[in-house]
Write a protein that binds this ligand. Structure first.
Ligand code: BDP
Length: 724
């Protein structure tokens, strides 16, 4: 046998991949793309028979990424070398429809006509002369997604016989929003610093950028907004545009477009103008030229996200203009290049309105139908701010002539930050499946977002990223599940969390039911647990000031009333809760009639939103049979007990989990147990000063006096906005 230098290098590389795989402790870097060797010989061999040859019709950077990924994944999982044999009858055959008639013949007309942009088809074909697994799509990104799907089948030990899978993404723009600052810090980031090394860009391309793009592509994310919504105009300086271009160049081969946040006052800060008035011709000219300059470097640039007139950020209202004027001006600059504007609806003025939850609706609904075609209004899932539980935002279903996109927060600013295990998928799912009743029953939020309710073409969803320089990307290991779940729901907002958790656990931990079932259960129950120990019964915004870490129901002295906790819980000697009914702030009236009917009456209002919509007397008898105060105590205690159950369950998994990973998670779960108790005791001690009732004697009493909890402070708590 002649051993060429090339084949020797290839074999050595192959051995290296295999050995690295088996030696390393689990540090979490590989995310759900672990591709561990399939130990079941029979299964592995059955895959091997069908998959060790790859043939791609055509070539492009994205197709190359797909081929590379198949190579890495199959080599590792099968422990066999993958050949590129130019053999089209056996093995994986992939291509873009419409580029080769030979390839097109493999796909039925029915399948061809059902495939949509970015979707994929995965089929097996077996005959006497052929044995193929075909990956077909309308574009190369679809082929990449199909390749990841095939690898996932193997990771989940599923059969690849008689394959016929067709998937099309339901939402067009599936984005991650990074709240990353140019100085390397991450607002509300709990996983280290920003992964974007702006200082060393554009020359230094961190290999992480590629793995980041791979991970995103594997779940269908097709856009990244790399800068913070509290934006810095410096990003528009020529050298920074070149840095951004370097990132865009990496992302492109994984089907990911780059977007930037636009500080509204940039024409002043970067352009030297005296104004940023959107109707000023000079200002318009500056934006037009700046956009043209960006497209010169980044021809597929996605567009801008804008936070304007919110929390002190500049915006059109400073010039007596409105959101429409601001968004349309930027949209006009971007339109010639196919770019879009995502204008955020998270706005509230500094005038301290009677109920902050009403403001976005009041400011945006009058502009329905008046935004340019390339504008999306980006709406947070709830009307306040990413709380552990909020009702849906009243804007969903209220602007049928405008593209509304969803904004979820994946980073857990309000749900345990860097340590708590809280499977966010459940929260995302709850929101997406909630009925707006905008066009009668069944008008769920998912239908607003995917455009099907109002026949909207331009659709989108954004998730505020939870990743950073932590070796395992998310700091808290289970944050990986949140990133994964967000991507899956962005692809298909009708999925069930259990299904998503199952996939993630299988790919990340194991297919063994002994491991799979308990972890899926932990993920499935944990969000409800968190709500109970933080904000049960519809309470909200009662966390520590500024850093938002830990409980702070007593927070009352802030520069704005609607940054305090007392503004939201309104506890007094009579009761607790925010009356948002017709008799109160009337925020409930912003919803559809059927929605109002569900929540308007204290007697029938579902308990999870009781204190969101009502001010309820302490001794009010609830449907549970308990008076409000007792119920509050029971819920807090139950939440804290359930946090402990998570730890107990985890401990049973010790024999099956990599030691390093087991301990990593165990330490975080211990923190969660401690902090759940802290939340419980601090909140009950504080609310007790109003209820003046005993915590039911069968429950453990708070360990410390209220003053102790109030005295705690955390000056270096992570994620704080630097300018605050
Ligand atoms: C709040 C965060 C703040 C963000 C703001 C936003 O505390 O850091 O800037 O949302 O979404 O939840 O703009």
């Amino acid at each position: 046998m002649i051993i060429t230098q090339k084949s020797l290098v290839k074999t050595l590389l192959f051995c290296l991949i295999i050995s690295i795989n088996s030696l390393k402790a689990e540090d979490g870097y590989r995310l759900w793309l672990k591709y561990d060797k399939i130990e079941n010989d029979q299964l592995r061999k059955s895959y091997e028979k069908k998959l060790t040859n790859i043939y791609f019709y055509g070539t492009s950077p994205v197709l190359e990424s797909a081929k590379k990924e198949l190579n890495i994944g199959l080599t590792r999982m099968l422990g066999a070398e993958i050949a590129d044999l130019k053999e089209k009858k056996k093995g994986i055959v992939a291509g873009v429809i419409g580029q080769s008639s030979e390839f097109d013949q493999l796909i039925s007309d029915h399948d061809k006509s059902n495939l949509k942009s970015e979707g994929f088809l995965l089929i097996s074909k077996e005959s006497k002369s052929s044995n193929q697994i075909i990956i077909a799509a309308k574009d190369d990104i679809g082929v990449l997604y199909g390749s990841f799907r095939l690898l996932k089948l193997l990771q989940m030990h599923e059969s690849i016989d008689e394959l016929h899978i067709m998937e099309n993404p339901k939402i067009k723009l599936r984005l991650l929003n990074h709240w990353d600052n140019l100085d390397g810090t991450v607002e509300r980031g709990y996983a280290g610093f920003s992964i974007w090394n702006w200082h060393q860009l554009p020359e230094y391309i961190d290999p992480r950028y590629i793995d980041y793009a791979r991970a995103n592509a594997s779940i269908g994310i097709n856009g990244a907004v790399v800068t913070n919504v509290n934006a810095n105009a410096l990003i528009f300086r020529a050298d920074y545009i070149e840095k951004a271009k370097a990132l865009a160049d990496v992302f492109r081969s994984y089907g990911i477009k780059l977007y930037l946040t636009a500080r509204f006052s940039s024409p002043i800060e970067q352009g030297g103008l005296k104004t940023a008035d959107p109707l000023d011709p000079q200002v318009q000219k500056w934006w037009n030229e700046k956009v043209a300059e960006i497209y010169k470097s980044i021809p597929d640039f996605g567009g801008f996200v804008v936070k304007a007139n919110s929390e002190g950020q500049p915006g059109p209202q400073q010039y007596n203009r409105n959101h429409e004027d601001g968004a349309n001006m930027l949209a006009d600059a971007l339109a010639p290049f196919g770019g879009i504007v995502m204008w955020r609806a998270f706005v509230y003025s500094s005038e301290e309105p009677a109920d902050r939850s009403k403001q976005a609706y009041d400011e945006f609904v009058p502009h329905d139908g008046k935004f340019r075609k390339n504008v999306l209004i980006q709406v947070k899932n709830g009307p306040i701010d990413f709380m552990p539980r909020e009702p849906i935002h009243p804007l969903f279903g209220a602007m049928p002539q405008t593209s509304l996109m969803m904004e979820f927060q994946i980073t857990k600013e309000y749900l345990g930050q860097g340590t708590h295990l809280v499977g966010l998928s459940k929260m995302f799912e709850e929101v997406l499946k909630t009925d707006t009743y905008a066009k009668g029953e069944g008008s769920i939020v998912a239908k607003v977002i995917d455009g099907s309710l109002d026949n909207r073409e331009l659709t989108g969803i954004a998730g505020v990223s939870n990743i950073g320089t932590a070796r395992n990307w998310t700091g808290n290991f289970f944050g990986q599940a949140d990133w994964y779940a967000y991507g899956r729901l962005a692809w298909d907002p009708y999925l069930n969390s259990e299904e998503i958790f199952n996939e993630w656990v299988k790919m990340t931990f194991s297919n063994d039911p002994k491991v799979l079932n308990p972890i899926v259960e932990m993920l499935s129950t944990s969000r409800e647990t968190c709500v109970k120990y933080m904000t049960p019964l519809g309470l909200h915004h009662i966390m520590g000031a500024n850093h938002h870490y830990g409980p702070g129901p007593w927070v009352s002295q802030m520069s704005r009333a609607d940054w305090t906790s007392v503004y939201y819980h309104k506890a007094d000697e009579k009761g607790i809760g925010f009356d948002r009914t017709k008799e109160g702030s009337q925020a409930l009236m912003q919803y559809q009639e059927e929605f109002i009917d569900l929540y308007k009456d204290m007697k029938t209002c579902p308990l999870e939103f009781l204190l969101w919509f009502h001010h309820v007397p302490w001794d009010y008898k609830l449907s549970t049979g308990n008076i409000l105060w007792d119920e509050l105590c029971f819920q807090y205690h139950q939440g804290s007990k359930e946090a402990n159950d998570l730890l107990i369950k985890w401990n049973t998994l010790e024999p099956f989990i990599d030691k390093e990973l087991f301990n990593n998670i165990k330490m975080h779960l211990r923190i969660q147990v401690k902090e759940a108790k802290w939340w419980r005791d601090a909140c009950l001690s504080y609310f007790q000063t109003f209820s003046k009732m005993e915590i039911p004697p069968q429950l453990e009493q708070p360990e410390h006096k209220l003053e102790y909890y109030q005295s705690l402070n955390f000056p270096y708590s992570p994620g704080i906005r630097p300018r605050w």
